[in-house]
Ligand binder design. Structure first.
Ligand code: GLN
Length: 540
């Protein structure tokens, strides 16, 4: 296909309907027909990116290879499509305004009054066309965050309206995702909220082409007809999106509802190929028919909020499927752990992961958890802060350097085994200044980690400020914790492992960000395998 086609996904009635999963599923269905697809998300908040947002506000911050701190929906896009996203795939209102204001300061608007229309909308469109005109994609799917009618999303909706005119009717469509609530007392599905939400889009000059309707119940014929009639869409463009058992079912559900066919027809693309979904279906088959189960403890501090550890949770699903085993991932608040309850809480797990995080809160519990698994030979996986806690615990309890710590929690610690790098010390701005994105890492031949990866040169994604302090490296290695992964350019330690332990690996990077349905991450796969092994040994 010569030119990219543009698909916009808007949402109405309420947030949290799953625009990200619908976008990723449509992307998957188009990709399975041989098209090149990318998915982009516009977020209508003023932060430049979610990097400075608390997980309680926003859930996990996902990081791309090129170091963008992004919305967690980009994780879904990558996990579904198995292709990387980049800075260009997540744009916020803050970034749009920042770009426009920077141009204004440079005098680029030649004395004109800078306005929402056309300057802000032009900047939004520039970001849409940046992907569309790169020549790399047949389809650019753009998800508009928030709900139609929100004050914040108005400029984005206006940019969608203009794009439809710019590229012509056959090159762009709008899919509107809404909710069809079921009223128990009336025993009825209700279409009115959707009608109103479509009216709001119409007020903004946009007629949606396809309606995707989230519903707890199947949509009967008369409801579909009513929606078609009152929302000016074809009967077969009313797509039912029932609650799914797992997000990975959604592409298959959308296939049954012929979502991609409708998109292709509307965009006048004739494509008779059957989508190649065999691998996806095989994944689903294994996911639903596990032959075993392991219980993994996830020690973190945002445990009430599942979205805070989204990529870790998904990586465990992928790794479980690879092992034909269900992973029962149980969050444990590190703040609730103490010496008295440590055994009763942690003793039930076949493996333990200590999660990434920031700040002092919950650190003693994380260190205690590491000590417990190290001494009891329970498989351990530490990610970022989890790896740093493992280094601190080892230095304190094996090397007997009792005051070992990280300058993140105690600036004055006399034994900073985890410390800020020189260049981080100069940083004053919080946004976008961590070590972000993909960095190369060389794995030590003969180490557990290189055996797991099956190679010695890897690249993984980072998001942190603090690092293993190489002043302690020799002592730590002599005592049995080896640095099995080193950054070839800076000498920074990226992976540690214990030689005298069945499975103990800590990574300074975030492997969970690169696990996809088709490429489960080897560290997660082998960690689950080790947990299974541990469970079997304990039984016998
Ligand atoms: N707070 C630690 C640091 O900044 C770890 C960050 C993380 O776990 N992502 O280095």
């Amino acid at each position: 296909m010569a030119k990219a086609k543009y698909v916009f996904v808007t949402g109405g009635v309420t947030s949290s309907l799953g625009k990200g999963i619908i976008s990723a599923s449509l992307g998957k269905l188009l990709q399975a027909r041989g098209f090149k697809v990318t998915i982009q998300k516009f977020d209508p908040y003023i932060n430049i990116d979610p990097g400075t947002l608390n997980p309680y506000e926003h859930g996990e911050c996902y990081v791309t290879d090129d170091g963008a701190e992004t919305d967690l929906d980009l994780g879904h896009y990558e996990r579904f499509l198995n292709t990387p996203t980049s800075q260009a795939n997540n744009i916020t209102t803050g970034r749009i305004y920042n770009n426009v204001i920077t141009k204004e300061r440079k005098g680029e608007y030649l004395g004109k009054t800078v306005q929402v229309v056309p300057h802000i909308t032009d900047e939004i469109k520039r970001n849409i066309f940046l992907l569309g005109e790169s020549g790399e994609y047949d389809f650019v799917i753009t998800e508009i965050g928030g709900c139609v009618g929100d004050i914040e999303s108005l400029p984005f909706i206006e940019a969608v309206r203009q794009t439809k005119w710019d590229v012509g009717q056959n090159n762009s469509i709008v899919i509107h995702l809404t909710l069809i609530p079921y009223l128990k007392a009336a025993k009825e599905l209700k279409t009115k909220p959707t009608q109103h939400s479509v009216k709001q889009l119409l007020e903004a000059g946009i007629q949606p082409d396809i309606l995707v309707c989230r519903s707890e119940m199947k949509l009967p014929d008369d409801i579909r007809k009513k929606l078609a009639l009152f929302c000016n869409v074809k009967y077969n463009s009313v797509i039912e999106a029932l609650d799914a058992e797992t997000i990975y079912d959604v592409p298959i559900l959308m296939r049954k509802e012929k979502l991609a066919e409708r998109v292709l027809t509307k965009l006048k693309i004739s494509n008779k190929t059957e989508p190649a979904l065999d691998q996806w279906k095989e994944f689903l088959g294994r996911l639903k028919n596990p032959t075993d189960e392991v219980k993994i403890g996830l020690i973190g501090k945002y445990v009430e909020l599942p979205d805070a550890y989204k990529s870790i949770m998904e990586a465990f699903i992928h790794a479980g499927v690879d092992n034909e085993c269900k992973v029962d991932l149980q969050p444990v608040s590190s703040e609730s752990l103490n010496e008295d309850n440590c055994h009763s809480v942690l003793g039930q797990f076949d493996g333990i992961l200590v999660a990434p995080g920031f700040g002092e809160r919950g650190i003693p519990g994380k260190i205690l958890a590491v000590q417990y698994v190290r001494e009891n030979k329970i498989p351990f996986f530490g990610i970022c802060l989890g790896m740093q806690c493992a280094v601190i615990e080892f230095t304190r309890n094996v090397l007997k350097i009792k005051d070992a710590g990280s300058t993140e929690f105690d600036e004055k610690t006399k034994s900073p085994v985890i410390d800020l790098m020189e260049e981080q010390k100069k940083v004053t701005n919080m946004g976008g200044t961590m070590r972000l994105g993909a960095y190369p890492c060389n794995l030590k031949r003969g180490s557990r980690t290189s055996a797991i990866y099956g190679k010695t040169k890897i690249s993984e994604r980072h998001r942190h400020r603090y690092e293993f302090n190489n002043k302690y490296l020799e002592k730590i290695e002599k005592a049995g914790m080896i640095a099995s992964g080193i950054n070839p350019d800076t000498g920074l330690v990226e992976v540690v492992e214990l030689t005298d332990h069945p499975w103990f690996v800590g990574t300074q990077y975030h492997p969970e960000l690169k696990s996809t349905v088709l490429n489960p991450h080897p560290l997660f796969v082998k960690f689950v395998e080790a947990a299974l092994h541990n469970k079997k040994e304990n039984k016998s």
